[in-house]
Design a protein. Structure first.
Length: 325
């Protein structure tokens, strides 16, 4: 008889519900994790809307990050063993009691963090590293503009670039409360985009060497205006839409790089490289408490619908989590 587990199931037009589904079996290089907590991400909402299907071979259950305890390991796994406390980046499957995860996508949970806290880290930290540090080659002494400074990714990006020696750290947020929170994470200037023109403020301040944007739409032209000569602008989402009309002349005159990436569909080998860099360069700072998970609210396993509604509304500061323990 096939082993079963509980998971969050999405059906067209229906609220999320807990249902019995087949429990995954780990492959040779995979680890089966008993999930303690799962992070929510906007990609989950896009997937639920039918616009972001999981990559081939990935679970169709939502959830791109989780934490938990190793239940069993595949035949060729050498680094992990039963009982290890881990957190992980997933291509799918986090909203479930168990998840089968490539061994290269796991990180050990530091002793100073609970499993719940650790669930807030993998997707945000790996997204930040892949885009700011790898794609945009950010280095100490450079300035940066981070949009969505109180989102899970934004709050982590501010902490990571501060630790890496950023000069000016500009960020945007939609309320004065969020701007205050962003300053608490380490931003040197938090801009309320509803009352201030961020492109003018950043440009007047000398411009941004690197920009991390998940807004798109009219922000694309504004990011170009705010960029310093030889600046790099990376889009990781398009909350205001992916289609824009641009004046590319300033991009040419400033010799800018305008790029974009996704993380979910990358080969496991690339994700393993990103994880290894995180473990080497930033995980000690997590263990010391210099970089901290930012968690707004935690929901029970049977509250996934309410959790996604809160995520969609966008009033949170930091991560929203599902507690499966």
């Amino acid at each position: 008889m096939t082993d079963m587990m509980k998971a969050i199931v999405a059906e067209d037009g229906q609220p999320l519900k807990v249902a019995d589904v087949e429990r995954p079996t780990p492959g040779d290089h995979e680890v089966l994790v008993k999930v303690a907590a799962a992070g929510l991400n906007r990609a989950d909402l896009v997937q639920r809307a039918g616009k972001y299907p999981p990559p081939p071979g990935a679970s169709d259950i939502m959830g791109l990050e989780c934490s938990g305890t190793v239940e069993s390991v595949g035949a060729k796994v050498t680094k992990w063993k039963e009982g290890d406390k881990v957190c992980a980046l997933l291509a799918g499957g986090g909203y479930a009691e168990f998840a089968a995860i490539d061994e290269g996508s796991l990180l050990p949970v530091p002793a100073n963090l609970s499993l719940l806290e650790a669930a807030a880290l993998p997707e945000a930290m790996m997204t930040v590293y892949a885009n700011i540090f790898m794609r945009c080659a950010f280095k100490a002494g450079e300035s940066i503009l981070i949009h969505g400074g109180t989102s899970g990714i934004g709050s982590m990006a501010i902490q990571m670039v501060k630790a890496a020696g950023a000069s000016d750290i500009w960020t945007t947020a939609g309320t004065d409360e969020k701007c205050e929170a962003a300053r608490g994470f380490g931003a040197t200037r938090a801009i309320n985009y509803k009352t201030e023109a961020f492109e003018a403020i950043v440009s007047d301040g000398g411009g941004a060497d690197v920009t991390l944007d998940m807004v798109g739409g009219d922000y694309v032209q504004k990011n170009i205006s705010a960029a310093k000569v030889n600046g790099r602008i990376c889009n990781i989402a398009y909350l205001n839409g992916p289609k824009v009309e641009l004046n590319l002349m300033p991009l040419m005159l400033k010799r800018l790089i305008l790029t974009g990436t996704t993380l979910r569909a990358r080969p496991v080998s690339e994700k393993s490289d990103i994880r290894a860099a995180i473990e080497e360069k930033f995980w000690p700072l997590v263990g010391s408490g210099d970089i901290k998970p930012v968690i707004d609210e935690t929901y029970g396993f049977d509250q996934a619908e309410a959790a996604q509604a809160a995520l969609s509304k966008g009033g949170h500061i930091g991560k929203l989590l599902l507690d499966l323990s």
